[in-house]
Each structure stands twice: as structure tokens, then as C-alpha cells.
Ligand binder design. Structure first.
Ligand SMILES: Nc1ncnc2c1ncn2[C@@H]1O[C@H](COP(=O)(O)OP(=O)(O)OP(=O)(O)O)[C@@H](O)[C@H]1O
Ligand SMILES: [Mg+2]
Length: 514
């Protein structure tokens, strides 16, 4: 676009410059011609007119000299002597003028004319010089009264003097024609120059208008860009389609839209982060409150449990007489146990301590945790399989916290299969070396089940505090598990298990190598 604008203005300037230079050159030539005519030819013409007029008078005098009154011959002779003397001086002035004019003449026609004038004047001067002696002879014959001899001399002189007059007249005519021609030519040049200037102005106007229109058209998207920038400043970050122009403004618009996109993305990320912070603050407040309530409830609960136990003993002492009372006491004890385990779990989540990391064998710790629930699984009819790769690298672990995490996963698996009434409930625990998404070495433990798996809806809220789909669930197991994994610098992931591993849910805990 820059090139287009520069090219437009350069064309206008060049066109103007060329026309100005051309008309200036023409004007220079016109001025030179006029100076030649005014200062050279006109002065020469004046001189020639005088010479020719004098020559005419001289020739008349000469012609009448012998036929006129002899008494007037003396006066005529004196006048002629004077005229002869002065005409050669005038002639040399004319020759000088021709020479000066020739110096400034540039055109070949002028040079040729001035050359002819020089030759012609030189011829006249030679004639004048030759005639001087003849005049003396003629006047001598006349002084001696020998009119016939004087007439014999006078005739050729008259012829030659007539030729001089004719030559002067011819020269004059040529000079007049040339002056007329130069004046006409100057007029013609001036007319042409005027036309050319008008043409140049018209061309410059057209070119200027064209390049202004082109520049305006190129700059029109700038107004759109300005409006867009104002809209963005007002907060409108919605994406807008930009014209694909192959110039700087097109690139600018595309870059601007990319920048708006980046700002919009950052805005969205900030809003999401802000939402997460608010949620975390809310959860932390709820957590603190829950921990407080749980703490307050725990002591009365333990005395209630003690009292219920004593009550059960009392009721037992009554023997088989009070079966209804025994059933009610057992129900009270069950509910107290459930409340106790929930309060314990709340407190674990609320007061999860910093893990005490030690270099551990993940395979051994996971097998240990599985051993912890083996009995429970057998009772529930769940088949347990543990696969441990021998090459698993050592990891830094808090053994009791990892066991807690594993127990949550194993219990969830069992409960999911129970709820779905899976015909052959089975759990596969696999420990293997694994690199994370960024290629860092580590080890992973997978817990796969044969249950219904995780729906998208459940996946979305899986790790949220208090999220549960179970009637008596508290929704604390997975948030606690994730807390533990993250505190170990690890990653938790949930997806679907391979068909060979049961095809249900699969939870993977990854830990970096020690
Ligand atoms: N293996 C699994 N298969 C299917 N769904 C699962 C599985 N594990 C967890 N879930 C789903 O995730 C939810 C949250 O689990 P989480 O362990 O956090 O809480 P809970 O098991 O419901 O309650 P709590 O563990 O506190 O007793 C569950 O209610 C269940 O819907
Ligand atoms: Mg659970």
C-alpha cells in the first residue's frame, strides 16, 4: 500500500516535472529568438534602412550630376564626397552588428542569413572601395570640362551603385521576412506552451484525483479498524471476521483480531480462575465450619456410643424378654457408628496433614493397602488381582496417606459394582513405571473395576467436595484422594478401564520418580 501511494504521488510529480522542464526549454528558445530579433535584427535593419535610403539618394544625385545644371555640380560633388565618406563608416557599423548578432544566433537559418549578410556587405564595401578611384577620375574629367569622358566613367559606376542598392534592398527584405518569421514562431511557441501547461494541469488533476481516490480506498479499512478498537475498548471482545487484504492494513487488522482473541482468552481464563478462587474460598469456609461442627459433635457422640453400649448391656441382661428394645438399641448403635465414621472422615479432609515423604516401593505399598481390604472384598464376593511390574522406580510417599487414597478407590469400586449388581465383581490393581504427559519419569498405580464406569455428568464433578450419587455417601473420598496425590506432586486421572480389566471405571494415580 505504501508503494501504491508513493507511486501515485511520484507519477504526478514526474509528469509535472517533465512538462515544466519541456515548457521551460521552449520558453528559453522563444526568449532567445525574441532577443535575436529585438537586439540583433532590428538594429541591423535600422542601419540597413539608412544605408539603402542614402544609397538611393546618392544614386539619384549621381544620375542627375551630368545632365543637370553645371553650376550645381560643385554642391553635388561636395555632398557626394561627404556621403561617400560616411557610408563606409555606416557599412562597417552594419558589419559589426552582423558579427555581434551571429555570436548569439543558434538556429542554422539565422546563421545562414547572417553569413549571406556578411558576404553581401563585404561585396558592397569592395564596390565602394573600387568606386572611390573612379569617382576621382570622373570629377577630374568634369573639372576639365570633359563631360563625355566623365559620362563614360559615370555609367559603369551608376550600374555598380544600383547593384549595391539592390543588394541592400534584398538584404532588407530577407531580414524583414526573418523577423516576421521569428515573431510568428514565438507566438506559436507561446500558444503551444500554454496548451501544454493546460494539458499538464489537466493530467496532474486526473492523476492527483486518481491517486487520492486510491489512497482513500486503501485507508478506508482504517476507519473500520478504529471503530473496532473503540468497541474493544468498550469491552466487546467477540470475534469478528476481518477482510483478507494482502497489505499492511490487512496485516494490522488480522494482528489486531489475534490480539483481541488473546485478550478474550485471557479474560475468560481470569474469570474462570476468579470463579475457582471464590469456590475455593467458599469451600474453605464450609470446611472450617464443618471441622468445627464435627469437632463439637465428636465428644457427645463418643459418650452417646458409650451410653448406648451400656444400654445394650442392660438390655442384654434382661435376657430374651425384650427383643424390641434390643433391636432399637442396635439401630441406635449403628447410626452412632455411621456418624462417628463420617465425623472422622470430615476431620481427615479438613485437617489433612503435610505428607511425610519417604523413599518407598509403590508396588509394596499398594499391595499392602489391597491386603487391608482383602477380607472385606471376599465377603462382598469381589475378585481381586494385583499386578506389579518389577521395574517400578522408587517414589517419595507418605505410606499411610497413600493407603487412605487406595482404600477410597477400592471402596468406591466395590460400592459401584454392588449398586449395579454386577454378576462377577472384580478389581484389578496394577503398578507400573510410567512417564507423565511432559515425559517426566515416575510410577503409576491403577485401580480398575467391572462396574458401570463414570458418566460424563459424574466426571464433571468427580473431585468436588460433597459430590456423591450414593444415598449414604458423603462425597469426601475422591476430594481427599486428590488432595493426597497433589500433595505428593502427583496426578490423578479417571477414565474407562480396558475390557480385560473389567471395562468399568479406572482411576490412575501417578507419582514422580524419587
Ligand atoms: N469406581 C467408581 N465407579 C463408578 N462411580 C464412581 C466410582 N468411584 C466414584 N464414583 C462416583 O463418584 C462419586 C464421588 O465419590 P466419592 O468417593 O468422592 O464419594 P462417595 O463415594 O459418594 O462418598 P464417600 O466416599 O465419602 O463415602 C460417587 O458418589 C460415585 O458416583
Ligand atoms: Mg467413596
Amino acid at each position: 500500500m505504501r508503494t501504491e501511494i508513493v507511486a501515485g504521488f511520484a507519477t504526478v510529480i514526474l509528469a509535472f516535472g517533465a512538462v515544466a522542464a519541456y515548457s521551460l526549454a521552449r520558453q528559453q528558445r522563444a526568449v532567445a529568438s525574441m532577443r535575436l530579433a529585438n537586439e540583433g535584427y532590428l538594429r541591423l535593419a535600422v542601419q540597413l534602412v539608412e544605408l539603402r535610403v542614402n544609397q538611393g539618394l546618392f544614386n539619384t544625385q549621381l544620375d542627375q550630376l551630368l545632365d543637370g545644371d553645371p553650376r550645381e555640380r560643385v554642391t553635388s560633388r561636395a555632398w557626394m564626397a561627404l556621403a561617400r565618406r560616411s557610408r563606409r563608416g555606416r557599412l562597417s557599423v552594419a558589419v559589426g552588428l552582423v558579427r555581434d548578432t551571429a555570436r548569439t544566433a543558434r538556429e542554422p537559418d539565422d546563421r545562414a542569413l547572417l553569413r549571406r549578410a556578411t558576404e553581401s556587405l563585404a561585396g558592397i564595401d569592395a564596390t565602394y572601395a573600387t568606386d572611390e578611384a573612379l569617382f576621382e577620375e570622373m570629377f577630374f574629367a568634369l573639372a576639365n570640362g570633359n563631360v563625355e569622358a566623365a559620362r563614360a566613367i559615370e555609367r559603369p559606376i551608376l550600374e555598380r551603385e544600383d547593384r549595391c542598392e539592390a543588394a541592400l534592398r534584398g538584404l532588407m527584405r530577407e531580414l524583414q521576412l526573418r523577423i516576421q518569421f521569428l515573431a510568428d514562431e514565438a507566438e506559436r511557441r507561446q500558444r503551444q506552451s500554454l496548451q501544454l501547461t493546460l494539458l499538464a494541469i489537466a493530467v496532474a488533476c486526473v492523476l492527483g484525483a486518481a491517486s487520492s481516490v486510491a489512497a482513500l480506498r486503501s485507508l478506508r479499512p482504517l476507519a473500520r479498524l478504529r471503530d473496532r478498537a473503540r468497541a474493544v475498548a468498550r469491552g466487546d471482545l467477540s470475534p469478528v471476521q476481518v477482510d483478507a487484504r494482502p497489505d499492511e492494513i490487512g496485516e494490522l487488522a488480522a494482528e489486531f483480531e489475534r490480539m483481541v482473541g488473546a485478550v478474550a482468552a485471557r479474560d475468560a481464563a481470569l474469570r474462570a480462575a476468579h470463579g475457582r478462587v471464590l469456590q475455593a474460598e467458599r469451600l474453605a469456609a464450609i470446611g472450617r465450619m464443618a471441622a468445627h461442627v464435627t469437632h463439637e459433635v465428636r465428644n457427645p457422640l463418643s459418650s452417646m456410643a458409650l451410653n448406648a453400649e451400656m444400654l445394650a448391656d442392660e438390655v442384654g441382661a434382661l435376657g430374651a424378654g425384650a427383643p424390641e428394645a434390643e433391636r432399637l438399641v442396635r439401630a441406635i448403635q449403628r447410626e452412632i457408628d455411621r456418624l462417628t465414621s463420617i465425623t472422622e472422615e470430615y476431620l481427615r479432609v479438613a485437617r489433612l496433614p503435610q505428607p511425610r515423604l519417604e523413599r518407598e516401593d509403590l508396588g509394596a505399598v499398594a499391595s499392602d493397602a489391597v491386603g487391608f481390604v482383602r477380607r472385606e472384598m471376599e465377603v462382598a464376593g469381589v475378585r481381586l488381582r494385583v499386578d506389579v511390574d518389577e521395574l517400578v522406580p522408587a517414589v517419595m510417599l507418605d505410606e499411610s496417606q497413600l493407603r487412605q487414597a487406595m482404600l477410597n478407590l477400592l471402596r468406591n469400586a466395590r460400592e459401584a459394582m454392588e449398586a449395579a449388581q454386577v454378576a462377577e465383581p472384580a478389581i484389578v490393581v496394577r503398578v507400573a513405571p510410567r512417564a507423565n504427559d511432559l515425559g517426566a519419569a515416575g510410577a503409576a498405580v491403577e485401580v480398575c473395576d467391572a462396574g458401570p464406569g463414570l458418566t460424563d455428568d459424574v466426571l464433571e464433578h468427580l473431585y468436588e467436595l460433597f459430590f456423591t450419587t450414593k444415598q449414604r455417601g458423603s462425597g469426601l473420598g475422591l476430594p481427599l484422594t486428590r488432595e493426597i496425590v497433589v500433595a505428593h506432586g502427583g496426578v490423578i486421572r479417571a477414565d474407562r478401564a480396558e475390557a480385560a480389566d473389567g471395562g468399568g471405571a479406572r482411576f490412575t494415580l501417578w507419582f514422580p520418580a524419587a
